[in-house]
Write a protein that binds this ligand. Structure first.
Ligand SMILES: [Zn+2]
Length: 176
């Protein structure tokens, strides 16, 4: 079963990151922050193996498949490339960048999990080595989700204050 708190962390952290980055890079719109949230859950598409077992696909296509590479930079890069081709050319780069931001934040968060939960072949296909860092939380720790909520709220408040300040500073608005 997908842990709700864990899933929440994986969408809220990229949202907070994208929102904070939007202060510096105004082209990162609220919509693109949502794209980063989607990126945050991309690596966990490997969980599709529970819904669509590899054996099922193998029996249909006759080739051996594995969902496992989804949880690596290689698998995610393929999905991002496909996904960015489905959007308009003007948004392609922005969408790819924000999906990548979300996916990277996912890997960093997973890496900080207490092993063995956080040990994956993240760098596949560059290397199949399993990265292991000591980690300091488990996927059942609720406080991580609480921290993520607070971070997201803080980022949101910061972005709102900034946009209000911008409105205040430019009383003469040029209406298109
Ligand atoms: Zn994960």
């Amino acid at each position: 079963m997908i842990d709700v708190a864990d899933g929440l962390t994986h969408v809220l952290v990229p949202y907070a990151l994208a929102t904070v980055l939007s202060l510096r890079y105004p082209w990162i719109t609220t919509r693109l922050a949502t794209v980063a949230m989607v990126g945050g859950v991309l690596p966990d598409l490997n969980r599709l193996q529970w819904i669509v077992p590899p054996e099922t696909i193998e029996s249909i296509l006759g080739v051996s498949v594995s969902w496992r590479p989804m949880h690596s930079i290689g698998g995610v890069a393929v999905v991002i490339a496909i996904a960015s081709l489905t959007v308009r050319a003007t948004y392609r780069r922005a969408v790819a960048l924000l999906l990548a931001l979300g996916a990277l934040s996912h890997f960093v968060l997973d890496l900080l999990l207490v092993p063995p939960a956080g040990t994956y072949q993240y760098l596949w296909p560059i290397t199949s080595a399993r990265l292991v860092v000591p980690g300091f939380y488990t996927s059942h720790d609720r406080w991580v989700a609480i921290v993520a909520v607070l971070l997201a709220l803080a980022a949101h408040a910061l972005a709102r204050r900034r946009s209000h300040a911008l409105e205040r500073d430019s009383p003469v608005r040029i209406e298109g």
